[in-house]
Design a protein around this ligand. Structure first.
Ligand code: ADP
Ligand code: ZN
Length: 748
């Protein structure tokens, strides 16, 4: 009987393809093969081997004589491990993506294009020599040369010459110091191992952790989790522990126990560069047996890491979302740290949630999965309440440190008293003054970058919208440009109104760049740094800034939500939120939950050391449930309130939801496509689903296209998915204009 294979090729929306194995060719599941596809040849991965025609071709009525032969087999030993094939297949099925897209997400890029050059990129880095560190005064330096020396003394790992040039220290300045033996130039991989820096930050503290005595709560959680891990079968636990309750320490010890049992560990974090503490902790404990996988690695580095894991050289993988597909065997434990975080959701196909895939992987592997957070997602909470997950709680900070005490600042009163231009309230100003006087540190959060989110003409009211998207352009002062935060359109900021030529343009609203300017004005002597996507263009940069903050070389750190995640800075005793309201007005059913999480998390950055912390939250809506509960740090109160809203409005976790977004050159066309899709779904699923829409999407226009949406809601998850699958099969020729998002995280 002839042998056939089902093959995944990395092409969007495509299901498994069937090929015949020519006589004499040997091939196994997981091997890469070269196949004829349309007019060319492509690499694919074998996801199944069949003796005789596979059932899907029989169902499709395919004639065996039309099935093409494999061209070649690349791997004698299958490269793709069994559990990864199973997981990628589950992802393609559940998230309604092509199988090839799912496999491509699971493997390094070189898997499907092995001929590609290993793209290690190098950059030139200026590194201080011993002479530069010598205390003796170095005579006859120019002001720029002196600046460079100061800077390098603070950053002994060196600074990329490109970064120096950005900051006005040109190559001639660097060259002069090289000539004097104060600086050397090294060629360094552009994508430096974030571990290296993280470890440099935390070495002393990591060493100290080895002998901390666990709190009673930590001990109980660890004991329970250890016994679940020992059972060697699937179970899921939600670990809900307040910020600073020592969850990371519990994961570390649990990982050690699991490794001692001869099983392997996967630790997922929202973003490696933002969680250096977690990375450093695991690197310190497991040394060379740790691998990291994350998006900032070059293709070459990812390839190396992947193969080290594949060979079995690795016991612990720490990584972001896609690390859930790491080719580990004998998996005993998966930890999803900050499980509520939106960055676990991939916003391109396959639109999977790494947290949910982790649960499936643990189930397949017979492993323990731990979902940890101070502010669990309502989905995970619901699973805990219904008994699907075990629920462990850590209610207190380690060493009985108090949570930050949070104060609401009602900006309506502030504006009434001091005018509408106020950025830093009197209360926050006073608190910052105090901290600076005492040499303590502060974090100031505003979840909006740029100088001001919109600009309009005082005289005629003209405003400045993106030509491609239905949003206003954000003014960026340092670049003196107007930018779209959705499509990256940018143009120079106009000197006068283009319609009436009036020259009074008003900057409306506040972004982090403006906050930085204001705080510099208020506290000229303070050492300030800003962290947002404009200041940290290169991945390594955030680690550098956070490192300086950890070493207390910075007094006040201003930034966006990047600052709120998981950091453990012991010198921070004050957190200020410039506006808690950013994001609350979004037409998104998770807006409230996200705001609550952000505020609770950022308040959780204060008072993690010896000295208790304070937080000030500025808002125009002091009665809003998300803000009220964040201020009292009352997760249970918030969750009860929000669950009621979700139940009443039939939103997740009470129904499953699939968002279908369509795109076209006009809104009527986009709505037509959405209607056609809705008809297919309704015809197939009948009363098993409820459709909301089609209607214009909240973000009506994006990158020049109009967008419409229809939501498929159902209590029968599988039925809804089947119906949408039928709809997209029926609309194959339009799939370029349709996005299907199962369990969407944002619905703009
Ligand atoms: P979480 O992840 O719950 O916010 P972390 O794990 O970051 O908390 O712990 C907060 C801080 O407390 C860290 O600096 C950690 O090293 C320290 N820590 C953890 N457990 C203990 C303990 N039992 N005793 C003293 N310090 C601890
Ligand atoms: Zn735009």
């Amino acid at each position: 009987m002839a042998q056939y294979v089902s093959v995944a090729v990395p092409v969007p929306h495509l299901g498994r393809l069937t090929y015949r194995v020519p006589p004499g060719m040997r091939v196994a599941r997981g091997a890469r093969v070269r196949v004829p596809f349309r007019a060319r040849r492509m690499l694919g991965a074998v996801v199944e081997v069949h003796e005789g025609l596979p059932p899907e071709t029989i169902v499709a009525g395919l004639d065996a004589s039309r099935i093409k032969d494999l061209v070649a087999v690349l791997d004698d030993d299958p490269l793709l491990p069994e559990p990864v094939i199973a997981l990628a297949s589950w992802v393609a099925d559940y998230y309604l993506s092509g199988i090839g897209e799912a496999v491509a997400t699971a493997v390094p890029a070189m898997f499907f294009s092995p001929s590609r050059d290993v793209d290690f990129k190098y950059s030139r880095v200026a590194v201080p020599t011993a002479a530069a560190h010598a205390d003796a005064f170095v005579p006859k330096l120019g002001p720029r040369q002196r600046m460079l020396i100061e800077r390098l003394r603070a950053e002994p790992l060196g600074v990329a010459t490109a970064t120096l040039a950005d900051d006005g220290i040109g190559s001639s300045v660097v060259a002069a110091l090289v000539d004097r033996g104060l600086v050397t130039i090294e060629r360094v991989r552009t994508n430096r191992d974030p571990f290296a820096v993280a470890v440099a930050i935390d070495e002393a503290r990591e060493a100290a952790k080895a002998d901390v005595v666990l709190s009673d709560e930590q001990r109980e959680a660890l004991d329970r989790l250890t016994s679940l891990a020992r059972a060697s079968r699937f179970s899921a636990t939600l670990v809900q522990g307040v910020t600073g309750s020592g969850k990371t320490e519990v994961y570390r010890r649990l990982a050690r126990e699991v490794c001692a049992l001869g099983r392997r560990v996967l630790i997922l974090v929202p973003e490696i560069a933002l969680t250096p503490a977690v990375a450093a902790t695991f690197r310190h404990t497991f040394g060379e047996r740790v691998a990291i996988l994350h998006s900032a690695l070059s293709d070459g580095e990812r390839h190396d890491q992947w193969h080290r894991i594949r060979r079995g050289d690795i016991d612990v993988v720490v990584g972001t979302r896609s690390a859930v597909f790491a080719p580990l065997d004998r998996l005993g434990l998966i930890v999803v740290d900050e499980e509520h975080d939106g960055s676990y959701k991939q916003e391109t196909a396959p639109r999977y949630n790494g947290r949910d895939v982790a649960v499936v992987r643990a189930r397949d592997a017979g492993a323990l999965v731990v979902l940890g957070s101070a502010t669990p997602s309502l989905e995970s909470l619901q699973n805990a309440l219904s008994g699907r997950y075990e629920h462990l709680r850590l209610l207190r900070r380690v060493q009985d440190r108090p949570l930050a005490s949070v104060t609401i600042v009602d900006m309506r009163a502030e504006y009434a008293a001091r005018g509408p231009e106020v950025i830093v309230s009197e209360a926050l100003h006073g608190a910052l003054t105090e901290r600076l006087a005492r040499g303590e540190q502060a974090i100031v959060l505003l979840n909006r970058r740029g100088f001001s989110p919109s600009l309009f003409c005082r005289q005629c009211g003209e405003s400045f919208a993106c030509p491609n998207c239905s949003v206003s352009l954000t003014y960026h002062k340092r670049q003196h440009r107007l930018r779209c935060h959705y499509c990256d359109f940018a143009k120079p900021a106009p000197p006068a109104c283009p319609s009436c030529h009036g020259d009074v343009l008003e900057y409306q609203g506040v972004g982090t760049e403006r906050v930085e300017e204001e705080i510099t004005r208020l506290f000229p002597a303070a050492r300030l740094a800003r962290v947002d996507r404009d200041t940290v263009r290169r991945r390594g940069e955030i680690v550098d800034v956070l490192g300086r903050f950890a070493r207390r070389e910075v007094d006040i750190l201003v930034g966006t939500q990047m600052l709120a995640k998981g950091h453990d800075f012991h010198g921070v005793t004050l957190v200020g939120v410039i506006s808690a309201d950013v994001g609350l007005g979004m037409a998104d059913f998770r807006a409230s939950e996200r705001t609550f999480q952000l505020l609770t998390q950022v308040a959780g950055r204060a008072g993690r050391g010896e000295i208790p912390g304070d937080a000030f939250v500025q808002t125009l809506f002091p009665e809003h449930a998300a803000i009220v509960h964040a201020v009292t740090q009352d997760y249970d109160g918030f969750a009860a309130h929000e669950m009621e809203f979700r139940r009443d409005m039939r939103y997740p976790p009470f129904v499953s939801m699939i968002a279908v977004t369509t795109r076209a050159r006009t809104m009527p066309e986009a709505l037509d496509i959405a209607r056609e899709c809705a008809r297919h779904v309704k015809r197939h699923a009948g009363d098993a689903v409820r459709l909301v829409g089609p209607a214009p999407a909240p973000l009506q226009q994006l990158r020049g296209q109009f967008r419409a949406q229809v939501f498929v809601k159902s209590v029968d998850r599988a039925a809804a998915r089947r119906a949408v699958r039928v709809a997209i099969e029926a609309m194959r020729d339009r799939l370029r204009d349709i996005t299907v998002d199962v369990d969407p995280h944002t619905v703009l």
